[in-house]
Each structure stands twice: as C-alpha cells, then as structure tokens.
Design a protein around this ligand. Sequence first.
Ligand SMILES: [Zn+2]
Length: 288
Amino acid sequence: MTEAEWLTCTDPKPMLEFLRGKVSGRKLRLFAAACCRRLLVFPYDISILFESFNLRSVFRDIEVCADRGERSSHHADEVKEAYIAAKKAASRAASRRYDVKMSFDWNACALLLKGLLRIVADDNVVMMAIKVSELAACARGNCILSWELTRLETEGDGDGEDIDQEFADRVKLEGEDCEKAAQCRILHDLFGPLPFRPMTTDPVSLAWNGEVVDKAKTSYYLLGLPDNIVADGDAIYHECPAVKPLHDLRNALQAAGYTPADECLRHFDKLKGHIRGCWAVDLILGKE
Ligand SMILES: [Zn+2]
C-alpha cells in the first residue's frame, strides 16, 4: 500500500493488514476501543442492560487498559454474560412482529459486545482489530436500519413490521460502508504519515516553549474522556471535549517556530476527529 492509497482507502481491513508488524499493540487496541466507542448511543431498553452490567465503567476500563497496551482480560466474564443477554433479547424481539425494529438495535448491541469480547480475549492484535472493525460496522448497519424503519413509520411510508429484505440488506450495507469509512479516519488520526515516513519533533523548540508539552498533555487527557453527546434538533452527535486544548496546542506549536508546512502543526488545523492515540499528540509526548 502506498501513502496515497492509505489516505484514500475506505476499507480498514487492508490498512490494518498493512500495519502488521509496523505499529504498537497499544495503537491497535485504541483503534478497536474507538470503533466500539462510536456505537455507545442506544435506545432506552439497551441503556438499561448497559447499566445492569455496569458496562459503561467496564468499557472505560477497557479503554484505559488499551492505552497501556493491555488486554483487560478480567472483564471477559461480565462482557460475555451481557453479550448472551443481548443475543436473547434480539431473538425475543425478532419473534414479535411489533418489535422487529428493536431487534435490529439489540443485534447492534450484541455485535458491539462481541467486539468488546474480542478486545478482552484476543492476543493477536491485528486480527482482533480487523474483527472488531467488522463487528462494529455490522452493528452500525443494524442501527441505521432501525433508524430508517422508524423514519419511514413516522413519515407514514411503512409500518416498521413488514420489511422488504432487499431494502433491509441495502440499508444495512450502506450503514456498514459509512462506518468503515469512519474507521479509516480513525486510523488516519492514530497513525498519520508514520507507517510511511518517520516523523520527529524538534526537542529544542519544544523545550523552549514548554507550553507545547503542557497543551499536548491536556489534550491527551481530554481525548481519553467520553465525548459529550450533544442533541441539536433531531440530530445527536458526539462533541470532543479536547477541541479548545487542541486549538491551543496548534497555537503553541506555531509560537515554538512550527510553520503550516509542518505536518504536525497542520494536523491540528482540523479540530475534530482526534482521539486518544492521535499520532501528533503522541509524537509530542513521546508515546508509541
Ligand atoms: Zn489527531
């Protein structure tokens, strides 16, 4: 894979295969956790399951372990139990005609939990990352189908019960493709140009302007916190809590003598789409 192909790729699988042997297990675990984190917005019934298994705190711990490059295998039993419960709920919902929409949400939840199980159970990080990305994409396809059926029902174009299989397959596939493209953007943020070219920071200018490292530390910390879920009209989106510190970090880099020609500075021109493990923040902090 060339760098140009990497930058335009919309399927994470060949990208992850390309990374084999080139990058740290920490980054691949952070990728897998980020794929799952994108799916943590559920209808009420599923939120209740999450609470009853304390899954938000489990997920938080999985992310913290991933950041240390660890597998968090101590969560395997509780994630497995929750996965079985979600699978049962999905088949119960599928057997009730009026509840078929909800079965897709439960399927999405079960696929997400299966992904979490891979994170806590698999030692082969590249294979784990590929599987989690596939499961997360498939989960998104199910969520999109449920939303689409709700929309059609609301607009009077369907009753949410009689589902045309061809339509359902197409909607799911479109949802999966969108999610895969989003996962590629996560890989771009985690690795930047590093799989192709070594990047370094200038230790003299960073030492001269200690603000750069301070701002990078604040950004790193905030990128590890859950996103703020913001509702704007009908749309619900994630807002990264590190937007302001990343803006400050960019300015501090500029004050330290970095120019817009520098890739590290240019990476922060865009204030959205950064996650814990962002290559430019990691580079400043000396993390791999
Ligand atoms: Zn970034």
